[in-house]
Design a protein around this ligand. Structure first.
Ligand code: BMA
Length: 827
């Protein structure tokens, strides 16, 4: 067996479409890659992510291209030589030495063609033509019937290509084409592993079980030895061999007393190597290796006093889900490196998360992302790729979906981090609540066949070890009420679209699989991408990097009840980032305080694919926004929050650890000038993995002067909790009055701050001075006399006074009490 990559000598030409007349005869191409990134590397197009370049480059998605290369292929005497394309984007026709090899129309599958008879011993020429995916989608829509979809007028639901490539409410329209995954010649004889699907379970007595379903492709019916082995490099080594002349082989392995894989915060992530080989005598014909882990995972959707639960259990243990939605990390998928995936997972781990949901408008994520999650203890929820649209069930689409689902379930099944499959994103909600049912009428398919029949059928065969829902949101008790907060999961979008974030408290949903609030990217990310003069929230570049319906207006309506109006663009930027963090904090503190009735939150969204104003916690240049720091605090193993309860304000101590939290809390009502007005102390044992609720004393909760007082709860083990009686629009804040000392320290700077007056939500935007600077914390509130040390990691030589000057150092005080307005800039 041998693999010969075909990754060099490629070039690219345009073959049809609205191509500019100066398009070069041929452009050097990178494989794997995309047309856009090749044209960018050749200097032919400007960066699509900058300013309004996206719009000027729309012709690329409307045009046809051809990739070509030549390669030598000696005859190595194998019975079969296959051309394997792991991923083609998307409408491709392949030709080898002038002969047609095949054609494709599904980005989410791999393709294998037997080309032995077409290959020459000397130079071979491979050509892959890519027809415009947009033109294909429009024609497919005519063939299979139009169905409703969201966003731009581009029918992404008529074909199998990453939906958000056609534009989303956080993403540009950049319709790609290209060889997006490796392509190679695979030479083999006798037999090869066509598919290996392990089902990994744990018996009640702790025995780990691996049940392997192995499919072979063969050139002959001779007997081969198929072996499987599970080992962990420290004592465990279990193996079995089956000799067979068949194309299907089943092997079962038991690992007594298996070490378990746990989510982050619950235990170790024990991993084992699973190896499968095929041998013919002494000759190794093929092999396959993956990391696996032993754990049980279960989504319990049980009727209870509140409705129907939606609770994840791992190894029998209830897990409060602290999750985030993950979108494709770059519009140009081949550009995403393993290091990018590692950094993305690090963003989740460092923020104390335990789950990523791979959203259905993107891709079946890469094994690199899953491997990072396996090692870090991040659980993965994978959507099947149907998002915010009705989908035709015509054979043309159905057959592609079937092939794609089989292949990706088999590919992803080994990963222990994968805990849950979900059929679609918002498609049941769309059918019943967005007018599709009425628009489509009776008897027109809309995708239910995929979610109710095709996918669960394939899962029953290939992966019965994981739970499945047909869509998110989903009500297990009633298919037609996916928005019902009492039953199953919800996507909470009334806040952001229509309602103030305080309405999060109106419901106690069972599980929140999406909710979010927008904020702009960090300033260097914004100014690297947008060169408007002057910059303003409504300047042309800023608006073209805001894709949400009425996005800026929703930002304004979202903060105006809570924050004083910003004076200039710098303050607008701070206020909107702050309000994003506030809105989500408000939601999560409420939701977490109701665990396990509410069993988790999955924020929309962790990452961005380009520089944009969006719901992301980490921006498109992987800079952590204030929301990210808020999430880290909200996901802390021990959290204090003050919440209204029927009998008054209550302190909720949330203990997401395995041991009892013996909490001693000091509770104070203080004035903004620092005077203690009432004091109480609470001592309480909070059981492991649970919340304790204590109603606060009336002396604490009744202010003398609501505008100048707050409640503070302190504990040695958790971040302080604050409660204000009025919004910041009314709060009697003074001008920011700090004493600060900046010291050069190993790896950067320390910024010591002492508040002379109450300082609310201090954010040190050090990346405004050094784009690579990273600050250790954000959103710090100080009573008069209190101190805080920020640590700034930076290798740049910074003007130390600037580190503590507006707008690098920001706070709500700056919004309340006008500071000098920066020249030439407006909100
Ligand atoms: C939901 C998601 C995404 C979208 C987000 C914000 O609909 O599933 O489609 O980006 O809300 O609007």
């Amino acid at each position: 067996m041998s693999r010969q990559p075909i990754n060099s000598g490629w070039n690219l030409r345009a073959t049809a479409g609205p191509v500019p007349s100066d398009f070069p005869e041929s452009v050097a191409a990178t494989v794997p890659g995309t047309v856009h990134t090749d044209l960018l590397a050749a200097g032919y197009i400007p960066d699509p992510y900058l300013d309004t370049n996206e719009y000027a480059l729309a012709w690329i998605g409307e045009s046809d291209f051809e990739y070509a290369t030549t390669f030598d292929a000696g005859d190595e005497g194998y019975e079969r030589v296959d051309l394997v394309a792991e991923g083609l984007d998307t409408v491709a026709t392949l030709e080898l030495n002038g002969a047609r090899v095949g054609s494709t129309s599904n980005q989410h599958r791999s393709y294998r063609f037997d080309v032995r008879d077409l290959l020459k011993n000397s130079e071979n020429e491979l050509r892959i033509g890519f027809a415009s995916a947009l033109a294909f989608a429009r024609a497919a829509e005519d063939r299979i019937g139009a169905r409703p979809y969201v966003g731009n007028k581009l029918p992404y639901n008529a074909m199998r290509k990453m939906a958000c490539n056609f534009g989303w409410d956080w993403g540009p329209v950049l319709v790609t084409a290209g060889i997006w995954k490796p392509i190679y010649l695979h030479r083999w004889s006798t037999a090869r592993l066509a598919s290996v699907v392990p089902q990994v379970t744990v018996a009640p007595d702790g025995t780990g079980h691996v049940s392997l379903s192995i499919d072979l492709e063969r050139t002959s019916e001779s007997e081969v030895a198929v072996s499987a082995r599970v080992a962990n490099g420290s004592g465990v080594d279990v193996a079995a061999t089956v000799t067979s002349a068949e194309t299907h082989v089943q092997i079962d392995l038991d690992v007594p007393d298996a070490d378990l894989w746990w989510p982050l915060g619950y235990g170790e992530q024990a991993l084992y190597q699973l190896t499968v080989t095929v041998e013919d005598g002494d000759t190794l014909l093929d092999d396959w290796q993956r990391e696996i882990g032993f754990r049980t995972v279960e989504l319990r959707m049980d009727p209870d006093e509140f409705g129907t639960s939606f609770q994840f259990f791992v190894n029998g243990q209830y897990v409060w889900i602290k999750g985030a939605n993950w979108i494709p990390d770059d519009c140009f998928l081949p550009r995403i490196t393993d290091a990018d995936y590692a950094a993305g997972v690090r963003d989740a781990v460092d923020a104390g998360m335990n789950l990523l949901r791979i959203w259905g408008g993107g891709i079946y994520e890469s094994d690199a992302l899953y491997s990072e999650c396996n090692r870090a203890g991040i659980m993965v929820w994978q959507d099947f790729l149907f998002a915010c649209a009705a989908y035709s069930e015509e054979a043309e689409l159905w057959d592609e979906v079937e092939a794609e689902v089989r292949e990706n379930v088999a590919r992803l099944a080994p990963h222990p981090s994968l805990v849950f499959w979900n059929g679609s994103n918002e498609n049941i909600e769309g059918y019943y609540h967005w007018g599709w049912k009425e628009a489509l009428g009776e008897g027109v398919s809309w995708g239910r066949g995929y979610y109710d029949d095709l996918i669960p059928g394939i899962l029953a065969e290939l992966d019965p070890t994981r739970s499945y829902t047909p869509s998110s949101p989903f009500s297990p008790n009633n298919y037609e009420t996916p928005r019902d907060p009492h039953n199953g999961s919800v996507h909470s979008w009334e806040v952001w679209n229509r309602q103030d974030y305080t309405t999060y408290r109106d419901d106690i949903p069972r599980f929140v699989a999406e909710f979010g609030f927008q904020g702009p990217p960090n300033m260097p990310t914004l100014t690297d991408a947008i060169h408007d003069q002057p910059l303003a929230s409504d300047s042309v570049g800023v608006l073209s990097h805001q894709k949400a319906d009425d996005g800026n207006e929703k930002l304004r309506v979202g903060y105006e009840k809570h924050l004083p109006a910003p004076h200039d663009f710098d303050d607008w930027h701070f206020a909107t980032q702050l309000n994003q963090a506030r809105a989500i904090s408000y939601g999560i503190e409420h939701f977490r305080s109701h665990s396990p009735r509410t069993a988790g939150t999955v924020i929309w969204q962790l990452n961005d694919c380009w520089p944009v104003t969006s719901w992301a916690a980490v921006d498109g240049a992987r800079r952590r926004k204030p929301l990210w720091y808020a999430l880290r605090a909200l996901n802390a193993p021990r959290l204090l929050t003050i919440q209204p309860r029927p009998d008054g304000l209550a302190l909720i101590a949330s203990n997401d650890t395995a041991s009892v939290w013996h909490g001693e809390f000091s509770v104070m009502r203080v004035s903004l000038s620092g005077d203690e007005l009432a004091r109480d102390s609470i001592t309480i044992d909070v059981a492991p993995r649970s919340n304790a609720t204590v109603t606060l004393d009336p002396s604490i909760v009744r202010p003398d002067d609501a505008k100048s007082e707050l409640i503070v709860v302190r504990s040695a083990e958790a971040r302080s909790a604050y409660w204000y009686f009025v919004e910041d629009t009314e709060l009697a804040l003074d001008a920011l009055d700090l004493e600060s000392t900046v010291t050069v320290a190993a790896g950067g700077y320390t910024v010591d701050i002492r508040a002379n007056a109450f300082a609310k939500d201090l954010v040190l935007n050090a990346d405004r001075l050094d784009p690579d600077a990273v600050v250790d914390d954000a959103l710090i509130t100080l009573l008069p006399g209190e101190t805080h040390r920020f640590t700034v990691a930076s290798t740049a030589l910074l003007e130390t006074e600037q580190l503590v000057a507006h707008p690098v150092l920001q706070s709500v005080n700056n919004l309340t009490v006008p500071h000098a307005v920066s020249k030439g800039s407006k909100a």
